[in-house]
Design a protein around this ligand. Sequence first.
Ligand SMILES: NC(=O)c1ccc[n+]([C@@H]2O[C@H](COP(=O)([O-])OP(=O)(O)OC[C@H]3O[C@@H](n4cnc5c(N)ncnc54)[C@H](O)[C@@H]3O)[C@@H](O)[C@H]2O)c1
Ligand SMILES: [Zn+2]
Ligand SMILES: [Zn+2]
Length: 391
Amino acid sequence: MKALTWQGKRSLAVEEVPDPRIEFATDAIVKITSTAICGSDLHLYELLGPFLDRGDILGHEPMGVVVEVGSDVTDLAIGDRVVVPFNISCGHCFMCRRGLQSQCETTQVREYGSGAALFGYTKLYGQVPGGQAEYLRVPHADYNHIRVGRDLPDDRYLFLSDILPTAWQGVEYADVPEGGTLAVMGLGPVGQFVARIGVHRGFRVLAVDPVPERRAMAERHGVLAYDLTDDVVAELRDLTEGRGADSVVDAVGLEAHGNPGIKAAQTAIGLLPDVVSQPLMERVGIDRLAALHASIDLVRRGGTVSLSGVYAGDADIMPMKTMFDKQIGMRMGQCNVKRWIDDILPLVEDSSDPLGVMDLTTHRVSLDRAPEMYETFQKKADGCIKVVLEP
Ligand SMILES: NC(=O)c1ccc[n+]([C@@H]2O[C@H](COP(=O)([O-])OP(=O)(O)OC[C@H]3O[C@@H](n4cnc5c(N)ncnc54)[C@H](O)[C@@H]3O)[C@@H](O)[C@H]2O)c1
Ligand SMILES: [Zn+2]
Ligand SMILES: [Zn+2]
């Protein structure tokens, strides 16, 4: 089959690779019809090379049709149309039973001290072949699927794989009081949905992003969007009676604009041999914290900061005095995809499209063009906001 493979920093190739096969009786094979590129994939493209091997298949936002099931799979049949959640979880362990599927104890990657295995996401998360490919092997297939109807187009359902539940969890964890103000840092695909979910729930939503077309897209959905300037935090504070927002979601993560020194360090570490760079990246702070620190600055006293954006350094410098004194609540983590599906599925099937899932994808192209689209998405060129690939 054809698959998108990692070859090196900012270097990808669509290659012919062996078709995936059923390896365990609980596996299924899905023929992929749509598969998106995520902001998280950009971290692999740019930064996390030390944890990837040449030839690793990327991708964790796929959907398609079941073409084969293992002998122990009882809840899926050939021909079922499914979205595949990006975390691989068992559905019955201590964590899964508590709705913490991203911490699944059956698939945890203990060698690296990580939570549940993820599709297409480095050795830290199990080095499981990903879904930017013609076919995908889905482990624990009875649980790791979201079965969907046949009538609506893929775009309605595809984002259930990751960014919609991620945004939903981001808003849940932000604990916004009724009628309160939610600030959103970043209007990439995740921030778009965070902001729209906030509007859908009746909050006043203020968002920040340096890219004009991302702000314009958010404004189409009732969001008040602001450029990333030196005074934006002060400007938003003024809009909230000088107190700051009740809740802030950071939908940016570790590659934020605004930390040139750390960017240079990230690049330098990435150029070292894997044996040297891996422990450095695991144990030292490598994150660009501009968006996180701005979120802490912007939230009101006693408010909540919720991190949807990914962070990876274990020695990041945090403003503990401010966090303690302002009595900030904080929640974060990989999304527990399956936990939120019952809440979101009716919204994506609603004919009025309340979260605007049909207004996110700017580029729908064949899988062959994936390497070029990673570059376009990373550079935010050509108005690119979300890319969907068709194998
Ligand atoms: N928690 C999860 O389970 C989960 C799931 C999916 C994605 N993510 C993470 O969410 C983050 C966003 O993903 P995305 O797909 O939207 O990617 P993206 O890279 O397209 O979005 C990031 C946005 O932040 C903006 N930005 C950069 N620096 C900023 C700053 N200092 N202040 C405000 N905005 C700034 C960028 O212009 C961009 O629009 C990434 O870190 C990604 O890894 C997490
Ligand atoms: Zn993703
Ligand atoms: Zn589990």
